[in-house]
Design a protein around this ligand. Sequence first.
Ligand code: AMP
Ligand code: MG
Length: 317
Amino acid sequence: MLDTPEAQFAIAAVREASVLARRIQREMVTGALTKDDRSPVTVADFAVQALVSRRLAETLPGAALIGEENAEALRLEEGVATLDQITEFVRSVITDATPEEVCTLIDRGGGEPPATYWTLDPIDGTKGFLRREQYAVALGLVRDGKVELGVLGCPELYGGSIYAAARGKGTWSQPLNESQSWERRSVSSCADAVEARILRSVEKSHTNVDGIGQLAAKLGVKADSIGMDSQAKYAVLAGGEGEIMLRLLSPSRPDYCEKIWDQAAGSIVVEEAGGGITDLDGKPLDFSQGRTLAKNRGIVATNGKLHDYVLKALSSS
Ligand code: AMP
Ligand code: MG
């Protein structure tokens, strides 16, 4: 199945990073957290990016990494305490890590993507992480604008799961703790929109929840849409537990361009499970435009069978 050195690296790194993220969440997200305290997710974001960056450098030296985070804020006087906390967590897996090395590792994820690159969202769904709901560690490999490989670590999905897909080799999942072997996943065979389940963001600032409600009515979908944070939505779709995933543009950000790390791993997980993914205009996702999907607008992912039907309803709305 997924036995190339790249796939083996990505699966091992995402598994290790997901376990670290879960530990940080359990230790730092406590009932005492005030509404605006983002420190647990800040620590987890940086620690995971440092860890994956280090594993990539060790396993596939010279490979390029494009990550969401950079260490600028950690290098300032005000960042010292946070950097110490991050380094402490990183040291639980890389015992000799220093604060300086942590910053250097994080900063390897900066810059513009070359033709072949890895892209990482260390904690996708930061709001879900803080609410103790869904979040994901997402790592994808892109060559010439197309995703070749994607791995999603979802510590809160079905008791902790990892989803991995490689071009032409299918989508597979396994419990994070390896208590069962890998299983091939495929999308739902539902061809009737009336029975479809729609997946969407929880955050109103990330999508158009009212617009999704209107589109659902037009499609004849009976069930209420399901709000879920992060690319865990793509894992759910790939496993046949939902049929339509919509990222309609939020009225607060009508010009928003998706980030490569928010879509790379999830898109191939859906495609290799037999599903389809395009932007709202039906265009394929183009990962050759720098750090964003600058040539695309929003996202529609489906089980494939319902894709044209959804696009048609969108184009006439
Ligand atoms: P979700 O979990 O579906 O809410 O998606 C989380 C991702 O949405 C984050 O990683 C952000 O990068 C991304 N995001 C931030 N602002 C927006 C926006 N205005 N529209 C769509 N996605 C956004
Ligand atoms: Mg994200």
